[in-house]
Design a protein around this ligand. Sequence first.
Ligand code: SAM
Length: 237
Amino acid sequence: MSTRRVLDLGHCGKIPVDTLFQLHLETRNGHMITLHQSKMARSLGSWVYDGASVLARYIEAYVIDSECGEDGSKTNERPLTGKSVVELGAGTGIVGILMGYYGADVITTDLETLVPLIQYNIERNAHALGGRVRAEALCWGDDLRANFPRNVDYIILANCVYYEGVLELLAKTTKQLAGKQSVVFACYEERIPEIRKLIEKWHEIVGEFFAIEEIPREYYRCMAELDCIRIVKMKAK
Ligand SMILES: C[S@@+](CC[C@H](N)C(=O)[O-])C[C@H]1O[C@@H](n2cnc3c(N)ncnc32)[C@H](O)[C@@H]1O
């Protein structure tokens, strides 16, 4: 008799994997990445936000090509090979896992409770991944453990700006991971005016260290069902 596999998300609940629902992302070379999500867990990170899926698609459409050498040396299926990525507040791990598909070495992070869900998603997509992808607990503001890289190529923050108490901590962790060459991609879902104010405050905090570039909507409007999604790119000043 087979036992029902359950993901233990600590205080967020115990989630049987047969209750997870799926989101499929087809890569541009026809492979399928599947994200497993739950609305039963007591966590905002247990399902994929529209903004995260748009950011993943934006990176796939515009960033990955920029990694292809002019001589076509990286026009293979895995143009992010050799690139490092850290995803903060990853939830299901969608953006990091897609970048891992394209060859990046990824650490996809969230609070400890969500790590089993990210691990499950990595495990279920392992056959398709071109790079090494792992899940780690990382609470914003905590000192980075020695096994975290510094000066990473890409730092991903999808829908991480949604409550005020953590903005300084999120900025601290982002700064610790970033170096001169790092590119930070953040997306927001500006559903209510309060979030717009928070984003302004966040940009004030990080604007001291990073130059912030708003990605024009026309680049990703066709990928988004919602009008309230914003994507920004940040680089150390
Ligand atoms: C709105 S969800 C977004 C999840 C995912 N990035 C997405 O867009 O689909 C915000 C995520 O940030 C994580 N988070 C919130 N506070 C955090 C903290 N102090 N340290 C680390 N992660 C945190 C939550 O657990 C959650 O997964």
